[in-house]
Design a protein around this ligand. Structure first.
Ligand code: WQD
Length: 341
């Protein structure tokens, strides 16, 4: 069984990817510092797959801890690197925390890969690197616009670190996946998005409003240049996103990559406005959502959605689930997490 290290594997995207890795016959080893997730997630993965992955609680930004952890793990076929701080707003207030953690973790991982001759890495990047693109949909060749948050900048710099390292060596092979907006939960509702505190993201805020934890959803702006005035994003079901990692990993393991550093947009290729998300949620759940329109949120872009043709052609990857599927799965997860039948 091929062994895959998943850093950040108890996190939202990481845990869903671990499920798909195990279902695809891989042995999974999770490294996480549990700064934004709980160890309970391992039980959720076990309930779904029957397997509880080997787990190391490590601060990957600490070189010594990372080195000693990697010393314990032999014959790794690939690494999927999710572990990073990801709250856009927080990164504006605490930039050094983000640069230190997100960049040192990546550098420590790459150094250990070189030390151990582990060849393959899949990097968790983000459509944030495009900023507000002039031309939509965005392709992998769309210009990388200077990020307006330290979080987004750590993703841009991380891609450059990987690219420059690969240029200087022959053996490392990497794929960066630029995610659009991941939403929803595994169909079993055994794992899902676990925002700590007040959610920044739209869909967990919607489900927490629907379940009564939040009084009202605030829709940030309806004066954008879009059909209904609210901002547009490309919302991808978390299970589709997880499956994209299997496709990318197999491309490297089967040596099908055309060059040693490749980048893919992972989205649905479709944009939906905030109001469309709200209306779809109401339709699939039968719940009337309490919301009001407020001012725009600083730093938000107006609209973005993916040109998915590169991933379709090279990875054979296409999303299968709809916006409604994702929103219903998010609602089912919220109810189960709050013990509501
Ligand atoms: C989506 C839309 C909001 C909350 C961020 C990161 C991105 C990725 C996903 C990590 C926007 C609106 C939101 C609310 C609202 N994270 N909204 N009321 O900002 O597109 O992307 O999360 O990789 O990198 O930038 O996602 O869910 O916060 O917002 O009206 O209570 O919903 O204004 O238009 P975003 P989001």
């Amino acid at each position: 069984m091929k062994k895959i290290i998943v850093t950040g594997g108890t996190g939202y995207i990481g845990s869903h990817t671990c499920v798909e890795l195990i279902n695809s016959g891989f042995e999974v080893i999770i490294i996480d510092d549990l700064s934004n997730s709980t160890i309970e997630v391992l039980n959720g993965i076990k309930k779904i797959t029957g397997i509880k992955p080997e787990f190391y609680k490590i601060d990957l930004a600490n070189a010594k801890e990372t080195f000693s952890c990697f010393n314990k793990i032999k014959n790794v076929s690939g690494i999927i690197h999710f572990a990073a701080y990801k709250a856009v707003g927080e990164s504006v207030n605490f930039p050094l925390k983000y640069y230190k953690n997100n960049l040192n973790s990546l550098i420590n991982i790459i150094e250990n890969m070189q030390e151990k001759s582990f060849k393959n890495i899949i990097f968790s990047s983000s459509c944030t690197v495009y900023g507000q693109a002039e031309k939509l949909p965005v392709t992998e060749q769309s210009p990388i616009i200077k990020a307006d948050s330290p979080y987004g900048n750590t993703k841009q710099i991380s891609e450059e670190i990987i690219y420059d390292t690969i240029k200087s060596t022959e053996y490392l092979k990497a794929i960066s996946l630029r995610y659009f907006n991941p939403i929803g939960a595994h169909e079993s509702s055994e794992i899902g998005e676990l925002p700590i505190g007040e959610p920044a993201n739209l869909v967990p805020y919607i489900t927490q409003t629907a379940v009564g934890i939040r009084k009202q959803l605030r829709i940030f702006g309806n004066d954008y240049n879009t059909p209904d005035g609210t901002a547009i994003r490309d919302y991808i079901h978390i299970t589709d996103l997880a499956k994209a990692h299997i496709a990318a990993l197999n491309r490297l393991l089967n040596k099908e990559n055309k060059i040693n550093y490749e980048v893919f947009n992972i989205g649905t290729g479709k944009g939906n406005s905030v109001l469309e998300v709200v209306k779809t949620f109401e339709k699939v759940t039968g719940i009337k959502l309490n919301y009001k329109i407020v001012n725009r949120r600083p730093g938000d872009i107006e609209k973005i959605w993916a040109d998915t043709s590169h991933a379709e052609k090279e990875l054979g990857f296409k999303t299968e689930k709809s916006l409604g599927d994702a929103l219903l799965s998010a609602w089912n997860w919220e109810k189960k997490y709050r013990n509501i039948t």
